[in-house]
Design a protein around this ligand. Structure first.
Ligand SMILES: [Zn+2]
Length: 86
């Protein structure tokens, strides 16, 4: 039970509500707050499916909400898809 008196809580990095995960827009390589980016999931057939709820399984790719970045990301989908095994 010892150690429950938290000595170090002043410098804690976690448990602050202010930290927002950052992600890179694949189209323009800009870094943004995760919530300011759109998540897309690469489907089996190589198309990017928008995932506004950020809950679809699979590899997620992020882009800005800007139309230019979204369409650019869509154009990159084919390259993102790895070659078939074998
Ligand atoms: Zn972008």
């Amino acid at each position: 039970m010892r150690g429950s008196g938290s000595r170090f809580r002043g410098g804690a990095v976690l448990s602050k509500g202010t930290h927002v995960p950052r992600r890179t827009c694949l189209a323009c390589r800009g870094t943004n707050d995760k919530r300011d980016l759109e998540r897309h999931v690469l489907a089996e057939d190589g198309t990017l499916t928008p995932d506004p709820e950020k809950r679809l399984p699979g590899r997620g790719y992020y882009s800005c909400r800007a139309e230019s970045c979204r369409s650019r990301l869509a154009g990159m989908a084919g390259k993102l898809k790895k070659r078939k095994r074998g």
